[in-house]
Ligand binder design. Structure first.
Ligand code: HEM
Length: 162
């Protein structure tokens, strides 16, 4: 018997954690609270790296020092976002999968990820080269725009999914 996509979404909704998030008194609020805590640890800290890349904050501290000392923290935050986000998705899989803002959010998340990888594997490694200053500024600006869009799309999901 072929497993359809909707079967898989229903299977996610029937997982124990999904039922707890949907039907217990505090499940949903707790998981959204973890999602928002992850947001402060991830985008909240990455914001300072982006402001440094744009030359707007911490200008006396070398960019690579800001980036490398904060990276473990914002990466831990993104792990929390992914775990809590996947749990929230599973709990409302059918509604979230069909939601325009969820799809927009996932698309911009991919863009933000590509921007971060290009910075990490290319621009950051050529930090001394003059040309990388402009590339670093672009990376910082693109990152700010992407994360703002992800957050707005995330909020809009709450208003449009149910
Ligand atoms: C790492 C980047 C992410 C950011 C910055 C982000 C941000 C947000 C924000 C601001 C909200 C609104 C919370 C609220 O209603 O108060 C939200 C909700 C949500 N996010 Fe994320 N999110 C991220 C990753 C993910 C991932 C990877 C998934 C799933 C695959 C996901 C699934 C959801 C779901 C299902 C909701 C709706 C919860 C509700 O109904 O309120 N998120 N997200």
């Amino acid at each position: 018997m072929a497993t359809t996509l909707s079967d898989m979404l229903l299977w996610l909704e029937e997982l124990g954690l999904s039922v707890w998030i949907r039907e217990s008194a505090y499940g949903f609020s707790l998981m959204v609270a973890v999602h928002i805590l992850g947001l402060t640890l991830s985008v909240g800290i990455l914001l300072w790296v982006d402001l440094r890349l744009l030359g707007l904050a911490m200008r006396r501290v070398p960019t690579e020092d800001v980036y490398r000392s904060l990276a473990p923290w914002f990466l831990a935050g993104f792990a929390l976002m992914l775990a809590s986000g996947l749990s929230l998705f599973a709990a409302f899989a059918t509604a979230a999968y069909g939601n325009f803002y969820f799809r927009l959010k996932m698309a911009v998340l991919v863009l933000a990820g590509v921007n971060a990888l290009v910075y990490h594997f290319m621009t950051e490694r050529r930090a001394s080269a003059e040309s990388s200053l402009a590339a670093a500024r672009w990376a910082g600006g693109a990152s700010l725009v992407c994360w703002l869009a992800v957050i707005v799309a995330g909020r809009m999901m709450s208003y449009t999914m149910f």
